[in-house]
Design a protein around this ligand. Structure first.
Ligand code: GKR
Ligand code: MG
Length: 424
């Protein structure tokens, strides 16, 4: 079965002013939807980043992959690698670690691999989870992903989520997300306020939710010394501490001194980082992400490798839509080593999606007690909503955002803001 056509569509959807170490989310988040069509008329979906430098290369890869066999992932990967050459695509926000050639190839290849798995599942009438080895769980638990945030974008009306700028606001936000989705673990995006304030927020969450595992992720904005101090202060409170400081060496120094495991989606972001992270004992948990780990099959291989070295697995997320949520859910459902609730930005989409709701009106993807039941339909089990795609593409054309740039947006509000690391 060969690829006859690939449609690449950039989309934009509304995003609340979520604060992080790099600045603040702009009013529009970008993604790219990839639709692969075969000579037999089957279609498959993939979703990836929307930043222009990435989009240009995804478009070039789409052209180069025409004629490929949908089962020939190695050949497709080689074609993408050849196309990328020595090129390195970087992110402006820097929240997913350093960029490299290997990561660039993996990022570009990923949506095509997912779309081909969707097609292969449809061809045999089986869900993608079955192509990845079969389910080890029927539903994938996700965490309530809390952000400090403003009540609304500057100059715009307040959004429906409210402000969260202190421990009370953070607890309120947790109540809202847990009330709506039933999440059973909680992650707070930190790196926004001095660590003492974020420790206070974590303590307030612990009091309000005594049973929920808690994580804190300041995106490497602390020094080694600060990280050790915070880690020790939060002894017995955190399930894991995510990327307190920059780099494998710094993380290893912190890991040796704090009681809880360290997790990362910043210092180990390509296979070439694994040997030195293992040698130095830098991490206890890897937040895998098929969007930059080369798709679902490669991510599953990395998961097995991690298991060998006693590294546990969770899943990282950026702002995303339902195709990504479906792909993440199939992968996590087929990966025994994913033992921590995965991250998702889904609540912040507030119902906007390119995925069509299913006939029951509940959507192919829904949260039950904080977990997404694995879609049963063939392939990814989700359908493209073409009207929604057209609207979101029009939003992309009009919104003016072409690359995610949290820092410049923050500086337009607070010119003194600096995204330097470490900051505390
Ligand atoms: O959406 O602001 C955000 C997050 O900070 C995201 O960009 C990070 O990559 O969620 C991510 C993380 O866990 O570091
Ligand atoms: Mg993180």
């Amino acid at each position: 079965m060969r690829i006859r056509e690939i449609n690449v569509t950039p989309v934009a959807f509304r995003d609340p002013p979520l604060l992080n170490a790099a600045g603040v989310h702009e009013p529009w988040a970008l993604r790219t939807v990839v639709e692969v069509v075969t000579d037999e008329g089957l279609t498959g979906l993939g979703e990836t980043y929307g930043d222009l430098d990435h989009l240009v290369r995804v478009r070039a890869a789409a052209e180069a992959l025409i004629g490929h066999d949908v089962y020939g992932h190695n050949a497709m990967y080689a074609t993408v690698a050849g196309l990328v050459g020595a090129d390195v695509v970087t992110d402006l926000h820097g929240l997913t670690g350093t960029s490299s050639r290997a990561k660039t190839v993996d990022r570009i290849f990923s949506p095509f691999e997912v779309a081909c798995l969707d097609i292969r599942g449809k061809a045999v009438g089986r869900p993608v989870v079955d192509l990845l080895g079969g389910r080890v769980r029927d539903a994938v638990p996700y965490s309530a992903y809390l952000f400090y945030k403003w009540a609304g974008h500057p100059g715009a009306p307040e959004d429906g989520f409210g402000a969260a700028l202190d421990p009370e606001g953070v607890v309120e936000q947790a109540r809202l997300l847990i009330g709506r989705y039933g999440f059973r673990s909680i992650k707070l995006k930190g790196g926004v306020f001095p660590p003492e304030q974020e420790i206070e927020a974590i303590r307030a969450l612990r009091e309000a939710f005594p049973e929920h595992p808690l994580r804190l992720d300041p995106n490497a904005v602390w020094s080694v010394e600060t990280s050790i101090r915070v880690g020790r202060e939060l002894d017995g409170v955190l399930e894991y501490l995510e990327d307190p400081t920059e780099g494998i060496e710094g993380m290893a120094r912190v890991a040796a001194e704090v009681p809880m495991p360290l997790a990362t989606n910043m210092c180990v972001v390509t296979p070439e980082h694994i040997p030195s992270a293992v040698r130095q004992g830098a991490i206890g948990v890897l937040l895998t992400d098929h969007h930059y780990w080369g798709g679902l099959v490669r991510s599953a291989h990395i998961a097995t490798l991690c298991e060998t070295f006693g590294i546990e697995l969770s899943m990282h997320s950026n702002s995303h839509l339902g195709i990504s949520l479906a792909a993440m859910t199939h992968l996590a459902a087929a990966t025994p080593a994913v033992t921590h609730a995965c991250d998702t930005h889904t609540p912040w989409q507030d119902g906007q999606d390119v995925v069509a709701p299913s006939s029951g009106g509940k959507g192919a993807l829904r949260f039950v007690d904080g977990a997404v039941p694995v879609p049963d339909g063939p392939g990814l089990g989700v359908e493209l909503d073409r009207d929604a795609l057209a609207i979101m593409n029009e939003q992309y054309e009009k919104c003016g955002v072409r690359s995610r740039d949290d820092t410049t947006y923050m500086r337009s509000v607070d010119p003194s803001f600096s995204a330097r690391r470490p900051r505390w």
